[in-house]
Write a new protein. Structure first.
Length: 500
């Protein structure tokens, strides 16, 4: 039987290389490209934010009318392509809603007050775009709360006509962000008033876009198998675990892949020496360069522990550097190591890290976004710390494995699915894993890694070589998504019934 090729429209707030605030943008760009290379007709639609240079895009067609509530918005449509796979990317241009710095908010306004209308335009505009192009997908793949209105529109508005055979897939990238707005704002959505309750938008906190998306999508996915299980529990379900448990038979965890072309120590142009699992000599050169770049003492015998992260509670910074109780001061004071942190985030965390770096000569902090430095850190560090409260998938631990920088991680989400813990009797494993997120557990596990550095150097080298040979392929992930798309189409066509 010939493999089915699908027409897929990805509706998203981010896609690399055009717009990125987190891992969502990486995932959409990589998955869309790989699906295209496997023969599927994939297209992407997102807003044309102020940061996307319109001079590099091609305008297509005339103004696009988009019904929202009792009004109609008009936007221009621009076009480009993803570098890999040639995937068409369409941009909805609306100066009032998208012509500003930031995707979801800015430093001055962390969440834009009109985000509901901004992303409602994206959702409804996706349908209008398909009509204008006379191209109708087999599947609309919505990503996180900014695109979660799409499944509700398909189910409630598109019973017949050109979208009657279109299935919906909703990927939950981070359940902690749900798109909650005042109930009165529902009038701005392209849905009848009774849908507020009947379609699952209603919560005690107000209008919840992600809840409605979960309620109406033909199929649900998350970005790792462990996270798919975790979000069905009260601990990590963020209030939606009862609904997710009811939909457990339609919820699948598909582990994200990573970009092995950009993140490859054998060819990386951002590092001073290339290396492989067969010849690790270049890693020592990178370590010396990292120590020089960060102002650390040039001591190759000291292990470097590194972090490249958003500086927020979710990433474990409360337990790491929370005032009066964090473990970072003790780690740098009591363990023979050097510590490097790169990132930006919450103001309290930036202030605390800056204060600690002023007291600890072996702690260096760069409060910035710096991609070349991120590559140098991955290559030059010996260990990479990720003490996440939760981690839907995570990419940094995959990069670290590829660069032979052994991860120190909490067992959660994609970290649990990608890092095998060290067995100090046999030397097996690819990193150091701990269970409970406490300052003491972080200190003890970093201490365990440092102990192995000094007492089991052969184990460290063997683990590095083993880690560098791990592969988390987008080829496999895209093939799995293709199977799930067919499931969504079958559900839409009634080949097996809706059970909710």
């Amino acid at each position: 039987m010939a493999e089915v090729r699908h027409k897929i429209l990805m509706v998203t707030s981010e896609v690399v290389p055009f717009a990125k605030a987190g891992g969502l943008g990486d995932m959409v760009g990589a998955l869309a490209s790989e699906l295209a290379l496997q023969g599927h007709d994939v297209r992407v639609v997102l807003p044309r934010y102020y940061s996307i240079d319109v001079g590099r895009l091609q305008r297509i067609g005339g103004p696009l009318g988009v019904p929202l509530g009792l009004e109609e918005e008009w936007c221009a449509v621009y076009h480009s392509r993803l570098p890999r796979g040639g995937v068409p990317v369409y941009f909805l241009d609306h100066q009032e809603l998208y012509g500003r710095d930031g995707i979801y908010g800015s430093r001055a306004e962390p969440a834009f007050q009109d985000n509901l209308r901004r992303f409602a335009l994206l959702n409804r505009g996706s349908f209008q775009l398909c009509r204008a192009l006379d191209w109708f997908p087999d599947v609309m793949h919505a990503h996180d709360w900014p695109a979660a209105i799409v499944p509700a529109c398909l189910y409630l508005r598109e019973h017949d006509g050109p979208f009657a055979r279109t299935g919906s897939v909703l990927t939950i990238h981070n359940l902690g962000h749900q798109g909650i707005f005042p109930r009165a704002d529902f009038a701005q959505l392209p849905l009848p008033p009774e849908a507020y309750a009947s379609a699952g938008f209603e919560t005690a906190a107000g209008l919840n876009l992600l809840q409605a998306g979960i309620r109406n999508a033909d199929l649900l996915t998350t970005v790792s198998p462990t996270y798919a299980a975790e979000i069905q529990t009260p601990a990590l379900g963020c209030g939606l675990d009862p609904l997710l448990r009811r939909r457990a038979g339609d919820l699948f965890g598909v582990l994200n892949g990573m970009d092995y072309e950009t993140w490859n120590p054998e060819t990386d142009l951002s590092i001073p020496a290339n290396y492989s699992h067969r010849n690790l000599a270049g890693k020592a050169v990178c370590k010396a360069a990292l120590q020089e770049a960060m102002g650390l003492e040039p001591k190759p015998e000291l292990p470097i522990v590194a972090m490249v992260s958003r500086l927020v509670e979710q990433k474990g910074f409360g337990e790491l550097c929370g005032p009066t109780h964090g473990s970072l001061f003790r780690i740098c004071s009591e363990l023979a190591l050097q510590f490097v942190i790169l990132g930006t985030g919450e103001a309290w965390c930036e202030r605390e890290l800056g204060a600690l770096a002023g007291k600890l000569p072996n702690l260096k902090v760069a409060l910035e976004f710096n991609d070349p430095l991120a590559h140098l850190i991955e290559a030059g560090a010996d260990f990479f710390l990720m003490p996440s409260v939760y981690e839907p998938c995570g990419l940094s631990q995959m990069y670290s494995l590829r660069y032979g920088t052994l991860p120190i991680v909490r067992r959660t989400g994609g970290l649990a699915d990608t890092v095998a813990t060290y067995d100090q009797e046999t030397g097996e494993g690819t990193g150091f894993v701990f269970e409970h997120l406490t300052p003491g557990a972080i200190f003890d596990t970093v201490g365990w890694a440092v102990w192995a550095w000094y007492n089991q150097p052969r184990h460290i080298t063997a683990m590095r070589r083993r880690a560098m040979q791990q592969r988390f392929s987008w080829t496999h992930a895209a093939a799995r998504y293709a199977e799930l798309y067919q499931w969504a189409v079958d559900r839409r066509l009634g080949r097996f019934p809706r059970t909710w």
